[in-house]
Design a protein. Structure first.
Length: 85
């Protein structure tokens, strides 16, 4: 049996989250030290190139439709990004 590996692309509009995800564990700050254990697996997958992190602008962040209260116009714009209508 053969294995198929798929690279997962995570799109993030938060610069701090990108820095934290891409920094080595010894570069954490006192405020982020509790993330080291919890996100060790995630960083490992970044290093193995199984997950990639990409920066997107807030206006292009599709996930906001699920996580934020949006105006009708913002909702329509995010819906269009997701569905094309």
């Amino acid at each position: 049996a053969s294995c198929i590996f798929v690279v997962i692309e995570s799109r993030e509009d938060n610069e701090g989250a990108l820095r934290l995800a891409n920094s080595p564990p010894e570069k954490v700050t006192p405020q982020s030290k509790h993330f080291v254990i919890k996100y060790h697996w995630f960083r490992e997958k970044l290093q193995e190139y199984l997950i990639s992190m990409k920066h997107v602008t807030t206006t292009m962040q599709k996930a906001d439709i699920f996580t934020k209260g949006l105006s009708k116009a913002e909702f329509a714009a995010k819906r269009f990004l997701l569905t094309g209508w």
